[in-house]
Every structure is written in structure tokens, then in C-alpha cells.
Design a protein. Structure first.
Length: 104
């Protein structure tokens, strides 16, 4: 094989529940759905606007655990963005440039 290693693209999927979800994702989505069901039971004579507000916990948590390309899900994507924005790194150029000499 000439020491060429190929890691399959879906190697992390085996660690996820149903290939998409972590336990935290299922807890988050389950709690959003539970809140929605409780609100639907409690507020039976809701208008259309109230019904949209009642369904929002399930929709928001469903959006957060929805799988997206190159990331586990939207929640992981938002987490990565926040970590990148709040922890800026400073990269110093070190290369083989003629103008990189410090003895000028």
C-alpha cells in the first residue's frame, strides 16, 4: 500500500445513535417535543398564532439537531462558530521567503 492510509469519511457515524444523533441531541429534541406536547394538552383552544408559538420548542430543537454537510448537526456548527469567534488564534508566518530574514 506504500504507507498510504485512507480514513473512511463516515468513520464517526458508527459512534452516533442511528448514525446521526448523540445522546445530548436526543435529550434536547425530546425535551423540546415534551414541552410542545404539554403545551398542546394544556392550551387546547389556541388560536393559530398561539399554535405556532406552542409548536416552536419542537421546531427549534428539531432545527438544532438536523444533520448538515461536513458537520454533525446545526448545533455543532453553531458551537464551532462560537468557539472560533471567542478564541481567536494568532498565526505567525514562518516560511522560506527571501523577505523573511530578521537581520535586515
Amino acid at each position: 500500500m506504500n504507507n498510504n492510509y485512507l480514513i473512511p469519511a463516515n468513520s464517526k457515524k458508527s459512534q452516533l445513535i442511528l448514525g446521526f444523533f448523540t445522546p445530548l441531541d436526543l435529550i434536547l429534541f425530546g425535551s423540546g417535543c415534551a414541552i410542545t406536547i404539554i403545551l398542546l394538552i394544556v392550551l387546547q383552544n389556541a388560536t393559530f398564532g398561539e399554535l405556532i408559538l406552542i409548536i416552536m420548542p419542537a421546531l427549534i430543537t428539531g432545527f438544532l439537531v438536523m444533520p448538515v454537510m461536513y458537520y454533525h448537526n446545526v448545533l455543532q456548527f453553531i458551537t464551532n462558530i462560537l468557539m472560533y469567534m471567542n478564541n481567536p488564534k494568532r498565526y505567525y508566518w514562518r516560511g522560506w521567503c527571501i523577505y523573511d530574514d530578521e537581520t535586515k
